[in-house]
Design a protein around this ligand. Structure first.
Ligand SMILES: C[N+](C)(C)CCCC[C@H](N)C(=O)O
Length: 282
């Protein structure tokens, strides 16, 4: 329950940052972080920052269980040491990286439809239902899922899933390597890292992996928005090429600043609850 509660809390607090990131990556109307925040607040009120939040919250438990479950089981298979023995016999960084990649690969498939609906809802700029004004295209997460299914077919729900998988497979390896590396650096041999170490290592793991993930994150978000009206991109490669042509190489780092600010607290609490769970039940 702790994993679920703190994970959800981190997600709620981090969501406004995520919304600004997604808008900066997929829309050209904003000049920067502050401009985007001011416009959202003016046109959509505070509620605008929380669009698309319910599905990520509903799915975080499943997605994180898949990620951390696959990660620790892959490590178990690779190293043949249990959780209890792990502090005495720490796994190699190669094994950590491979286990992280495996976890990232499998969680990406669970995440894909939820992430798609989140991005579509976050990009709706209409203010909340006002009498007289036309309603937004999607009325909520379930309506959004049903509309995508109807308009774009069942495969439509997996739009951008390939880019998401490519984004997450190596960067989840980086995520766990950074976390383990920092923990080992600041923990005496054979001991468990203390809470402060876990928080800081988790926070930096979040930042490091998100910085590495940003180029494909931009492409992923753009692929997910494609198909809404008419298709603009032939595929992932075409999306990359035309984005760079139109906006320069800087396009690959859209939203990296605001996303890093979000990543630190969110991933600090994620790893803290992971460590507590391991110690209680591991
Ligand atoms: C691998 N990648 C960098 C994409 C994500 C790493 C952190 C995932 C975490 N649930 C979060 O929302 O921050």
């Amino acid at each position: 329950h702790l994993l679920v509660t703190t994970g959800a809390l981190g997600l709620v607090l981090g969501h406004p940052f995520d919304t600004v990131k997604v808008r900066l990556q997929t829309q050209t109307t904003y000049r920067g972080i502050v401009d985007c925040m001011v416009k959202i607040y003016r046109h959509e009120s505070l509620l605008g920052f929380f669009k698309g939040m319910s599905f990520p919250i509903a799915s975080i438990a499943v997605v994180n269980s898949v990620l951390f479950g696959v990660y620790s089981n892959t490590l178990l298979v690779l190293t043949a040491t249990s959780h209890q023995e792990r502090r005495a016999q720490p796994p190699s960084y190669t094994h950590i990286f491979l286990a992280g990649c495996t976890g990232g690969f499998l969680q990406a498939y669970c995440l894909a439809p939820f992430d798609l609906i989140k991005v579509r809802l976050q990009n709706q700029t209409e203010p909340r239902a006002q009498p007289g004004s036309p309603p937004p295209r999607y009325q909520g997460p379930v309506h959004c899922a049903a509309s995508i299914f109807r308009e774009e077919g069942p495969r439509g729900l997996f739009r951008g899933a390939w880019a998401l998988t490519l984004r997450d497979t190596p960067t989840m390896g980086i995520y766990f390597i950074t976390y383990e590396g920092l923990c080992r650096q600041y923990t005496p041999e054979g001991q468990n890292p203390n809470s402060a170490t876990v928080l800081v290592a988790g926070g930096f793991a979040g930042i490091a992996s998100w910085v590495a993930a940003t180029p494909l994150d931009v492409i992923k978000s753009r692929m997910q928005m494609d198909g809404l009206r008419r298709r603009a991109y032939q595929g992932m490669l075409d999306c990359m090429v035309s984005s760079v042509r139109q906006e320069g190489l800087g396009v690959f780092f859209r939203g990296v600043t605001i996303n890093s600010a979000r990543a630190f607290p969110v991933n600090a609490v994620t790893f803290l609850s992971y460590e507590y769970l391991l110690r209680w039940w591991g």
